[in-house]
Design a protein around this ligand. Structure first.
Ligand code: B1M
Length: 216
């Protein structure tokens, strides 16, 4: 079906208005919203994700494609809801308390969304309590913490602690990332997963949800 291939191609080129136009046309032609999502938008974003991983494209290209994808998802949302297409899981994401860096966090958010998951973005400078409350309110499967400063990365431990203190540590996975974070640090603070980049973060988030690895 060439219209879906075209959406996939144009998304990779970040051509938002053309992506929107083709989605409109595809819907008119009776193509199902989940097919447009999976075979058009997500297919294109997955290719960009792989290219980013292999250093074939860089942050600006990813952000431009992600913008086209978000515009497409916004158009499809009412149709997807009407068709009862379920989200593949829910993530809460934010940059930890005291830290204002949001570019990497936003990239991680977009890549997780590109996997068909719902993401609640709490923004930057997020206190541990807010992560906890948002996870509870939204029945999150995974909590994603970003930190770029060696002076703020310690807040990640406080987020883990608040889930433990409320006896809810087993209800979510906690993923950590950002330039100063390492696998060793993740293990030391009792988080579940460290991802070095946005693509691996999205793959890990989806794997947690689809393999039923979330502990209840
Ligand atoms: Co700041 N800053 N900054 N800064 N800044 C760094 C981080 C720094 C390394 C620069 C340096 O000195 N070389 C340094 C930190 C040093 C340290 O702690 N060791 C630093 C500093 C010191 C500061 C201030 C303290 C400076 C000052 O005021 N004296 C201050 C702190 C403010 C605060 O947060 N309270 C500050 C401020 C700023 C700006 C506001 C000017 C701006 C942020 C703008 C914004 O985000 N809207 C800024 C910027 C832009 C940077 C650099 C230049 C770039 C960061 C960035 O966006 N990279 C940075 C130096 C550098 O990294 N070269 C620097 C691109 C982004 C895509 O990468 O965020 O690493 P990154 O995300 C990656 C991965 O880390 C990973 O995926 C992303 C992409 O694949 N990832 C995750 C990120 N989060 C993840 C979560 C996951 C998984 C993966 O799972 C949940």
């Amino acid at each position: 079906m060439s219209i879906l291939t075209d959406i996939c191609e144009l998304l990779q080129q970040g051509r938002t208005s053309q992506v929107r136009m083709l989605i409109q046309q595809a819907l008119k032609e009776g193509i199902s919203p989940d097919q447009i999502l999976n075979e058009g938008l997500l297919a294109g974003m997955n290719i960009i994700g792989e290219k980013f991983k292999n250093d074939e494209v860089f942050i600006p290209e990813v952000l431009i494609s992600a913008r086209a994808m978000n515009a497409g998802i916004e158009m499809l949302k009412p149709h997807l809801i009407a068709a009862g297409v379920a989200s593949k899981g829910t993530a809460v994401i934010g940059t930890v308390k005291g830290d204002l860096h949001d570019i990497g966090k936003s990239l991680v958010k977009m890549m997780i969304e590109s996997k068909g998951m719902t993401v609640i973005d709490l923004g930057v400078d997020v206190p541990p309590q807010k992560f906890y409350e948002a996870a509870q309110e939204n029945h999150a499967d995974i909590v994603c913490l970003s930190a770029l400063l060696t002076t703020t990365m310690y807040e990640m431990k406080n987020v883990v602690k608040i889930f433990v203190a409320n006896n809810k540590r087993d209800s979510v996975k906690i993923m950590v990332g950002g330039a100063p974070i390492t696998h060793e640090y993740c293990t030391a603070i009792g988080a579940d997963c460290y991802a070095p980049d946005a693509v691996s973060a999205a793959e890990a988030a989806l794997a947690f949800c689809s393999s039923g690895m979330i502990r209840n």
